[in-house]
Design a protein around this ligand. Structure first.
Ligand code: BES
Ligand code: MN
Ligand code: ZN
Length: 508
């Protein structure tokens, strides 16, 4: 885990392996961003000119490495692009700083300590830089180089220490910002680890054990319903999905309460530890990354624990619906009817539409406690990826104002999302001749159809939103900003901020 320190040391005198500075796109070429004045001075005020000679423009995503002149303790300077110079009286956007810091950290894999001298005007900037640096340093190396005993020839380890320059270590707001960034990124990185862990190791039972251990560590209450308890409780959706697997399902409940909290937010996560499609088997080419199908549960887990560690003044309950979707002689068949926890019956037409089945049970269970709001998070449909691409999650809700709020909070924390409708006319496509509803409807608008299915399992009158994170949960392309390959931890920042807002009485 990468450590974070706030330092009052000057950029020139601090001992570190590298100094990170910002370079922006000016009207007449690259310009050195505020925060790096001492570094520029060591270059005789010619850092921008040197960068231009090296081909730097200041564009976002750009990383330029150069050796330090005498006068700087750190041997290397890393200039990260910040895009256009902000308008007069405007600051760099938080997400710009977050991504630039992430690019720097990723470049610094294998290094011990880097000092970040990026533009900081307020504690929010320090928070964004810390978040980007700590998220960008992430690497999943648990399964690599295990045969290399010398500890050197294995994979490069994440940058060990980030020192933020220009932040005020004794200022309350800066201290809180740094603490929040550390907690949030530790939990996001823990979610990433879970998502990246191969499905032969991360079974529902193993996932539940990780949550139980985290509960002990942080004081969050963890209750686990195993297959026997699920059978006794009548959780037909979770059991129906899990019954084809040797690895039995679990429903895990996390409870965080604050003594002064007036509101309760319930979070529900889809936790399919592997989605083969079941009897409606996915073809090759569609199942290689399906260990990521528990990303919603990982996000909910991370968000509840982060809210607890931050001490947010709100009650947060997390429900993780964990199952493995496999084909076998005991698997649910297309045509089977499941009796769900709510009492509704569902005709399973396609066993690959399994997420909505496990979520339905967890949503109804969560509803019984009458929380002020429920948000579910799921890698639910390929259709949402077709609609919004790989970086944007869809937000659906039974409440227009709540959907808008979730979308705006996501934007504020640097997560791309978009509001999606729940068109009532798509409901009839799920009419079943045999059961109360089928688990599949029209192909067109498949993401919205899934949302409409879930809505049937939300308790009457409860404000609810559904985040379909199928696109952004797992990143298959080249890393960028603070986003690594593999599990991303999508939606955790949105969920935590939403919990804080609800606690502050700003919502619902
Ligand atoms: N887990 C998948 C959705 C998914 C696809 C997530 C690709 C991430 C990447 C989900 O369980 C699924 O298979 N959905 C089906 C539903 C359909 C059968 C109605 C889909 O989207 O094709
Ligand atoms: Mn599926
Ligand atoms: Zn799935």
């Amino acid at each position: 885990m990468t450590a974070l320190t706030l330092s009052t040391a000057g950029a020139a005198t601090l001992r570190a392996d590298a100094l990170v500075v910002g370079v922006a796109k000016g009207a007449k070429g690259p310009v050195v961003a505020p925060g790096a004045e001492a570094v520029d001075k060591a270059f005789d005020g010619k850092l921008a000119a040197v960068l231009e000679t090296l081909g730097a423009t200041g564009a976002e995503g750009e990383v330029t490495k150069l050796p330090s002149p005498s006068g700087l303790k750190a041997p290397v300077v890393i200039a990260v692009g910040l895009g256009s110079v902000p308008e007069k009286d405007e600051a760099y956007a938080a997400e710009t700083l977050r991504r630039a810091a992430g690019n720097a950290s990723r470049t610094l894999a294998g290094a011990k300590k880097a000092a970040f001298a990026l533009p900081i005007e307020a504690s929010e900037d320090a928070e964004a830089i810390a978040e980007g640096a700590l998220l960008g340093a992430y690497a999943f190396t648990a399964y690599q180089g295990l045969d290399k005993k010398d500890g050197k020839s294995g994979p490069k380890l994440p940058l060990a220490e980030v020192a933020l320059l220009g932040a005020k270590p004794r200022d309350k707001a800066y201290k809180a910002a740094a603490e929040r960034a550390v907690v949030l990124t530790e939990e996001i990185n823990r979610a990433r680890d879970l998502i990246n862990t191969p499905p032969n190791d991360l079974t529902p039972e193993a996932f539940a054990a990780v949550v139980a251990a985290a509960g002990k560590e942080t004081g969050v209450k963890v209750q686990i319903l195993d297959e026997k308890a699920l059978l006794k409780g009548g959780f037909g959706g979770i059991l129906g999905v899990g019954q084809g697997s040797e690895n039995a399902p679990r429903l895990v409940k996390l409870t965080y309460t604050h003594s002064k909290a007036a509101k309760t937010l319930a979070l529900v996560g889809k936790g399919i530890t592997y989605d083969s499609g079941g009897i409606s088997l996915k073809p090759a080419g569609h199942n290689e990354t399906m260990k990521c199908d528990m990303s919603g549960a990982a996000a909910v887990f991370a968000a509840v624990v982060a809210a607890a560690r931050i001490g947010a003044e709100v009650n947060v309950t997390g429900w993780l619906a964990l199952a493995e979707n496999m084909p076998s002689g005991s698997a649910t068949r297309p045509g089977d009817v499941l009796r769900m926890y709510s009492g509704k019956t569902v005709e399973v037409l396609n066993t690959d539409a399994e997420g909505r089945l496990v979520l339905a049970d967890a949503l109804w269970k969560a509803s019984e406690e009458r929380p002020d709001a429920i948000v579910d998070v799921a890698t639910l449909t390929g259709a949402m990826m077709v609609a919004l691409g790989n970086r944007t999650f869809g937000v659906m809700s039974n409440d227009d104002a709540f959907r808008t709020a979730v979308h705006e909070i996501a934007e504020e924390v640097g997560e791309q999302s978009w509001p999606m409708p729940l068109p009532a006319e798509l409901r009839k496509g799920m009419d079943s001749p045999t059961a109360d509803i089928a688990n599949m409807g029209e192909r067109m608008g498949g993401g919205l159809v899934a949302g409409l299915f879930l809505q049937e399992f939300v308790g009457e009158g409860i404000t609810w939103a559904h985040l379909d994170i199928a696109g952004p949960a797992y990143h298959e392309g080249a890393p960028y900003g603070y986003t690594p390959k593999g599990g991303t931890g999508s939606s955790v920042r949105t969920l935590v901020k939403l919990a804080e807002r609800i606690g502050a009485g700003d919502l619902g």
